[in-house]
Design a protein around this ligand. Structure first.
Ligand code: MRU
Length: 368
């Protein structure tokens, strides 16, 4: 079913984790229940019209929620996967060490396969599997509790990382004027606060008079539906651009800087991000406008030498062909749908992470 899982829907807010207080938002992309037996995902496919959470009870359901993009955004899918691993640990409480490890490996494989490009997903699964290996001989309840604690720590650390890169990046934002962003790299795409939108939020909190231009970001419309939704909630001045409009506004001198998130940053500083990012980066270069990337260290993949080795997800033709239930092209014609592209390091002015800011070619130096 292209609509994804059939979870119980919930109109009440989930029980919030402490990470939410850090984020300052009234919503969260992913939460784990205090008992560790349910995952709540904000149903992002229904935003901005409907704000509701779906309730999931197994790692396989969480994987399907990630695949179907109920939850999306690199750090947010990593957090959701970690919470999915917590569900798997709970389900395997009565298993002996061997059975537990087999169950965790199976859950990890299903979650990891949900989407290929954002490295945060496999990063979170790897962390969960390392914990599983280290505590497999403990009691089932203890293991489940530790796995839930890991998920919550990954969530909280991500919000802290967003806050830190926000403070750093804010200094690079103009004192006033329009900043362009592409896709949604905000609270909805992270544990809260956001990467690119975290930089913008921090700059505004520091008194800069910034307005935001949000590319609508076809075909999934993360910019129009999600970035506009969360910035409006914060009272930030935001306008949406169709994806074809940025060049003209740059030529007219209206855009002072660009800031985007990332799904994977290779060792040489090449950046995979939402399809269309590369075109924006080329335009920014041509017009002499700084192009910044903000991402947590969990998005940096030093094992991938350069952008050519990053797997780029191809999604269904239908997601491009059909808008709001209406087919926009003749039956029988297929649409292309690469969901991400790679922006070469040479087009990136600087990368902001919680470990510091770096020129893209210098990113490996932040490994410490
Ligand atoms: O397909 P999506 O919506 O998961 O893609 C998300 C993006 O490309 C974001 O810009 C990226 O994950 C950065 S999120 C902080």
């Amino acid at each position: 079913d292209a609509r994804g899982p059939h979870p119980m829907s919930s109109t009440v807010s989930p029980p919030w984790s402490p990470a939410l207080a850090l984020s300052g938002a009234s919503y969260s992309a992913a939460e784990l229940s205090p008992e560790g037996d349910q995952v709540f995902l904000l149903e992002q496919r229904e935003l901005p019209g409907v704000e509701r959470y779906v309730t999931l009870g197994t790692a396989a359901e969480v994987a399907e929620g990630i695949r179907a993009m109920v939850v999306r955004g690199a750090p947010a899918i990593g957090i959701a996967a970690a919470y999915g691993m917590a569900l798997a640990a709970r389900a395997a409480q009565t298993e002996d060490a061997e059975g537990y490890l087999a169950a965790m490996r199976q859950a990890g494989a299903i979650l990891d396969a949900a989407r290929p490009t954002a490295v945060n997903l496999s990063w979170a699964v790897r962390r969960a599997l390392a914990l599983a290996a280290s505590h497999a001989h403990q009691g089932g309840a203890e293991r489940a509790e530790a796995m839930a604690a890991l998920g919550r720590a990954i969530h909280r650390d991500d919000v802290e990382a967003c806050r830190a890169m926000g403070r750093l990046g804010a200094a690079h934002m103009p004192d006033e004027g329009a900043v362009l962003t592409h896709c949604n790299a905000g609270a909805l795409a992270t544990g809260g606060y956001g990467t690119a939108l975290g930089v913008i939020r921090a700059a505004i909190e520091a008194g800069k008079r910034i307005r935001v231009l949000a590319d609508e970001t076809r075909p999934y419309l993360q910019g129009a539906r999600l970035t506009a939704w969360e910035l409006q909630k914060d009272g930030v001045n935001v306008e949406v651009l169709a994806d074809s409009m940025a060049g003209w506004l740059m030529q007219r001198g209206e855009i002072k800087a660009v800031v985007v998130g990332a799904d994977r940053i290779a060792r040489n500083g090449d950046v995979a991000n939402k399809i269309g990012t590369y075109a924006v980066a080329c335009l920014a270069k041509h017009h002499g406008i700084p192009f910044y990337v903000a991402a947590p260290w969990s998005t940096v993949d030093l094992a991938t030498p350069d952008g050519s080795a990053i797997p780029i997800e191809e999604r269904s033709s239908e997601e491009v062909a059909v808008i709001g239930g209406k087919r926009m092209m003749p039956e029988g014609v297929r649409a292309r749908h690469p969901a991400f592209d790679v922006t070469p390091a040479a087009l990136v002015t600087a990368i902001f992470t919680e470990r510091g800011a770096a020129a893209p070619g210098e990113i490996a130096r932040l490994a410490g």
